[in-house]
Design a protein around this ligand. Structure first.
Ligand code: PGA
Length: 258
């Protein structure tokens, strides 16, 4: 089976200022210098992207945006296009985060268009999916995940194309920012289901190499047991990515020098 390089991604959401971002990046850089067996990525707010690109310039840290628009250009006040993100130095973009879905009304249809545009533009989409608490309690988790995958990747399915640069983040909504992490078994079960779905839909080549990240209250205390699961290929970290004391031990989980 193909080796999947783990991804440790920090989603800053609407946090930090430029000075604290610089301090954090300086600390991350020191650790990333000695790390070759995993990819580290930060997702700052839009207005900091160009500055953070400078901060990470001589390092292996990747730059991600937290969202983007699905169209190339146009009269979309307040929106940002894929080509603008690429010009700002982004290699990745988070799409369909549960906060975008729940607080800003993003539907699978919008997210599908965004994933498609990211793919066409050469920026790697990190597609977020996940069930909420009542869906989990009602035993609907797999149904919800399947429907989000089908909806958010509809264009690829219809056009019979394969999203080779896709990264998926499984983020159970009930675990985001709540301190309540999915157990490694709960996460593994869903990750395995997602990989199976990818294999059935796009073929075994993609399912063997696609990276599926877990997100939701990841901390230094639970990173190693999550990463020990066979289908967990990395993490998308919110709160604990905002300070070096927490994010660096997450990056360095069970560190093996590459
Ligand atoms: P959290 O956020 O780590 O603060 O739970 C994760 C996310 O929303 O990506």
């Amino acid at each position: 089976m193909e080796k999947r390089i783990p991804i440790i991604a920090g989603n800053w959401k609407m946090h930090l200022n430029l000075a604290s971002a610089k301090e954090l990046i300086d600390e991350i850089k020191k650790t990333v210098m000695h790390t070759r067996d995993r990819e580290v990525l930060v997702a700052p707010p839009f207005v900091y992207l160009i500055s953070v690109r400078e901060f990470i310039a001589d390092s292996a840290i990747y730059l991600s945006a937290q969202n983007m628009h699905w169209d190339e250009k146009g009269a979309y006040t307040g929106e940002i296009s894929a080509s603008m993100l690429i010009e700002a130095g982004c290699t990745h973009v988070i799409l369909g985060h549960s906060e975008r879905r729940h607080l800003f009304g993003e539907t699978d249809d919008f997210i599908d268009l965004k994933v498609k545009m990211a793919h066409q533009s050469g920026i790697k989409p990190i597609l977020c999916i996940g069930e909420d608490l009542s869906q989990r309690e009602n035993g609907e988790t797999f149904e919800v995940i399947k429907s989000q995958l089908e909806g958010s990747l509809k264009s690829f399915i219809e056009q019979r194309t394969t999203p080779y640069d896709l990264i998926i983040a499984y983020e159970p909504v009930w675990a985001i920012g709540t301190g309540q992490t999915a157990t490694p078994d709960q996460a593994q079960e869903v990750h395995c289901f997602i990989r199976q779905w990818i294999g059935d839909t796009f073929g075994r080549e993609l399912s063997g190499k696609i990276r599926i990240l877990y997100g939701g209250s990841v901390k230094p205390a639970n990173i190693s047991e999550l990463m020990a699961q066979p289908d967990i290929d990395g993490v998308l970290v919110g709160g604990a990515s905002l300070n070096a004391e927490q994010f660096i031990p997450i990056i360095n989980y069970d560190k093996k020098e590459g």
